[in-house]
Design a protein around this ligand. Structure first.
Ligand code: ZN
Length: 311
C-alpha cells in the first residue's frame, strides 16, 4: 500500500506548482510586492493558488489572517542575513496561515503535523525557490496523495509565513497547544534539495533531517530509516540543530518536542540562500520528488504504527 502511494508522487505536478509560485506568474510571495495590474499582494495571490489546488484535491482550506511587517534590508550585515527588524512606523499587512486536514478512521485524535512556510523574503527581491517554495509544493503534493490514502490518524498541513515578522507558525503552534491537540509528530519541510554548488553539479540526491530534542532525534532516525526500506534512492543525513528556531522551533516551544526540520543539506550549503539567485531553475526536481516520497513513506509508516514506533 505504501508502495502504491509512493508511485503517485508526481514530479510533473511538483514542477508545475514550483514554477507557478516562484517564476511565472508569481516571482515573489510577499506582502510588500503587488504585481502590476493586480489588487492583491503577491503572498495573497500565492495563497489563492495553493488554496485552489488543495480544494481541487477535496480539502476545506482554513485561512487565518495575522498582522505582520516586512523586514528591513541592512546590506552591512553578512550576505545571507540582510534582514533587519522593521521600525514601528513601518506598515502592517495581513498574512494568512492556510491549514488543511485529512481525518483518520480509528485514531483521528492523533495528529501528524506537516509544516512549510510559503512566503519569500520580504527584505529582498528573491523568488525563494529553495527557501521555501520547495517545501510548499512538496506539502501540496503530499496533500494530494494523502487525500487518496486510507489513514488511521489525522494528517494536518500548515502553510505559514516565516520571511515576514512575526512568524505565523507560532500562532498555529500555540493554538494547537491551547486546544490540547495530540500531535504525535511535526515534520517541517524547509529548503528541501538546497545544497552546495558542487553537490548540485554532481546531481547528488540528498536530504537532511535536523532535530533539536531527544524526541526529535528518534523521529529523525525513524524518517531516515524509511529511505532504504522503501528504496527512495536518497542519501539521508540526521543532524543535531542546537538552536530551537525556524517553524519547527515554534512547535517545540509550544510543547511539541517530537519535531524535526527536513532540508537539503546541513550545514545548509545553498550559495544563493536568501539571494535573488534562488530561482526554480536551480531546483533538482528529481531530488525534490524523492524527498517528498521519503516524507510520504514516513507519514504512512507513522500512521500505521503510531507514536509507539518512536520509542
Ligand atoms: Zn529563509
Amino acid at each position: 500500500m505504501i508502495k502504491d502511494a509512493l508511485e503517485k508522487v508526481s514530479a510533473a505536478r511538483i514542477k508545475r506548482d514550483l514554477f507557478h509560485l516562484s517564476s511565472d506568474p508569481l516571482r515573489f510571495r510577499k506582502v510588500n510586492f503587488t504585481r502590476p495590474g493586480q489588487t492583491m499582494d503577491s503572498l495573497a495571490e500565492a495563497d489563492g493558488y495553493i488554496s485552489g489546488r488543495l480544494e481541487e484535491a477535496g480539502y476545506d482550506v482554513v485561512k487565518t489572517p495575522y498582522r505582520v511587517q516586512a523586514f528591513r534590508c541592512d546590506s552591512t550585515k553578512p550576505l545571507h542575513h540582510w534582514y533587519s527588524p522593521p521600525k514601528p512606523e513601518d506598515p502592517w499587512y495581513d498574512a494568512c496561515n492556510l491549514e488543511v486536514a485529512r481525518g483518520g478512521s480509528s485514531a483521528s485524535g492523533e495528529i501528524i503535523q506537516l509544516v512549510s512556510h510559503k512566503d519569500s523574503m520580504s527584505w529582498i527581491d528573491s523568488p525563494g525557490a529553495h527557501d521555501n517554495c520547495v517545501g510548499t509544493v512538496a506539502n501540496m503534493e503530499l496533500a494530494r496523495v494523502l487525500a487518496e490514502c486510507d489513514l488511521k490518524r489525522t494528517v494536518r498541513i500548515l502553510f505559514c509565513n516565516e520571511e515576514h515578522t512575526p512568524w505565523t507558525s507560532r500562532n498555529a503552534a500555540e493554538a494547537a497547544a491551547k486546544r490540547g491537540d495530540k500531535i504525535i509528530a511535526v515534520l517541517n519541510a524547509d529548503s528541501l534539495d538546497g545544497k552546495s554548488d558542487q553537490d548540485m553539479a554532481d546531481g547528488r540526491m540528498m536530504h537532511a533531517i535536523a532535530y533539536s530534542t531527544d524526541e526529535g532525534r528518534r523521529l529523525a532516525e525513524f524518517v531516515a530509516a524509511c529511505a532504504p526500506r522503501h528504496k527512495i534512492g536518497i542519501d539521508v543525513n540526521v543532524v543535531f540543530k542546537k538552536r530551537i528556531n525556524d517553524d519547527d522551533g515554534m512547535f517545540i516551544n509550544a510543547g511539541y518536542r517530537t519535531t524535526v526540520m527536513n532540508l537539503g543539506s546541513w550545514p545548509y550549503g545553498d550559495s544563493e540562500y536568501h539571494l535573488p539567485g534562488d530561482v526554480p531553475e536551480r531546483v533538482n526536481i528529481e531530488n525534490l520528488a524523492r524527498s517528498t516520497r521519503l516524507l510520504l513513506a514516513a507519514i504512512l509508516e507513522l500512521d500505521a504504527r503510531g507514536a509507539d514506533s518512536l520509542q
